[in-house]
Design a protein around this ligand. Structure first.
Ligand code: V47
Ligand code: SF4
Length: 363
């Protein structure tokens, strides 16, 4: 049902005064026929958090393996051990990969992969140590809560002990993957074996308590409804009220190529993507940054996303991430700094290089 004039006035007034939006407000925003209106409102919120800055960082990815014990139906990336197209990097492979960046101005390495049944927390602690020894200046953002869950259970450790061990070996921050959609009925259908919502949130809470900053994601545009998305955002907002440990939120648009779910659902339109980014910006009043993840959105939509509340266009990723290319995005995602800066300037914002913790990097 389209939003009434009264509802619209209430939401506009709440946004102007920096007041929290309710579940119903979020749903009403999804019904708003006027996309320009959403852009204006989301921009009002983004300016309060970030002024005119649009952030980027210089990073690269390591994907240690695509072998995974889970079988999420949206995943194009996962393989069984030994299957064609599977990989599992050794510690020497990781060292070799890191050596390519010695002396390069990267400030972050992002490490995410599948949940390999043959690799335990001690392997991953050693992997962190290899990265730290090879690139001591680079902040390590590694392992989704799903990977941590498996490592801890496999080692019979509490999440706190597991996270401490990884932290002692160089873990500085955690990416936001594995959150998907928290609603239990949707989760059972799209990722039945994955860490449940409560555990995902608990692992992030534990990380925050240990001083490990984290991100959060939401995989949208598959079988979920707007109500499921708003519920997801509110669960994150509640945890953030308690810990303040989330730095950024990344709405991830579902890509339909080469995965089982793609046989049943297609991909949503650009206007639905932009609407969702705007609603995320408005609902998550206590998370400072919204990332438009360009390897998944493409460069043009990423630039449009800046007008719908996003303030971070992620990094200068080399062609090292395969999660999205295997799901139908660009084959070799890579953007250089002048290109990133032009995209930001052309959209009317100020390019700002950041480190993992959103400190400005001066050139
Ligand atoms: O959780 C998997 C998603 C995530 C598909 O924290 C898909 O800075 C779309 O953690 N279509 C992992 N998405 C990626 C991740 C991440 C990405 C960017 C930035 C950060 C950060 C973290 O990739 C998974 C899942 O939601 N994903 N398959 C697909 N077909
Ligand atoms: Fe495994 Fe991640 Fe793919 Fe799920 S999305 S099957 S956890 S690699």
């Amino acid at each position: 049902m389209p939003m009434t004039g009264k509802q619209q006035n209430r939401i506009v007034s709440r946004i102007k005064h920096g007041q929290r939006l309710s579940f119903d407000d979020g749903l009403a925003l999804y019904e708003c026929p006027d996309l320009n209106r959403l852009a204006t409102l989301a921009t009002c919120v983004r300016r309060r958090h970030n002024g005119n800055a649009v952030y980027y960082n210089r990073n690269f990815h390591i994907e240690p393996t695509n072998v995974c014990v889970n079988d999420c139906v949206f995943c194009s990336y996962r393989r069984r051990a030994g299957e064609d197209g599977s990989w599992a990097l050794s510690l020497d492979d990781v060292r070799e990969l890191c050596r390519r960046y010695v002396g390069a101005p990267v400030t972050e390495v992002h490490i995410v992969g599948g949940v390999h049944p043959g690799r335990d927390i001690y392997f991953y602690a050693a992997l962190l140590d290899v990265v730290r020894q090879t690139l001591p200046q680079v902040a390590i953002k590694a392992f989704t809560a799903v990977e941590i869950d498996y490592m801890a259970k496999h080692a019979g450790m509490s999440y706190e002990k597991a996270l401490r061990l990884l932290q002692e070996n160089g873990l500085a921050a955690m990416p936001g993957g594995g959150a998907e959609i928290f609603d239990e009925t949707v989760r059972r259908q799209i990722c039945p074996r994955k860490t449940d919502a409560q555990t995902w949130l608990y692992i992030h809470e534990t990380a925050h308590d240990l001083g490990i900053r984290t991100n959060a994601t939401m995989l949208f545009g598959h079988i979920e409804t707007p109500a499921h998305r708003i519920d997801h955002l509110i669960r994150l907002r509640e945890l953030q009220d308690t810990t303040g440990g989330f730095d950024a939120f990344i709405p991830l648009k579902y890509k339909a190529s080469n995965n089982a779910l793609g046989a049943v659902v297609g991909e949503i339109s650009t206007s639905d993507v932009l609407r969702t980014i705007a609603v995320c910006r408005m609902m998550l009043d206590n998370i400072a940054h919204i990332k438009a993840y360009w390897p998944m959105l493409g460069k043009d939509v990423m630039q449009l996303a800046l007008l719908f509340g996003a303030d971070d266009i992620y990094g200068t990723i080399d062609d090292s991430t395969r999660i999205y290319s295997m799901a139908g995005a660009d084959e070799h995602p890579s953007l250089c700094v002048p290109e990133l800066e032009n995209i930001i300037t052309d959209a009317g914002f100020v390019p700002t290089e950041r480190d993992t913790f959103y400190n400005t990097v001066t050139k």
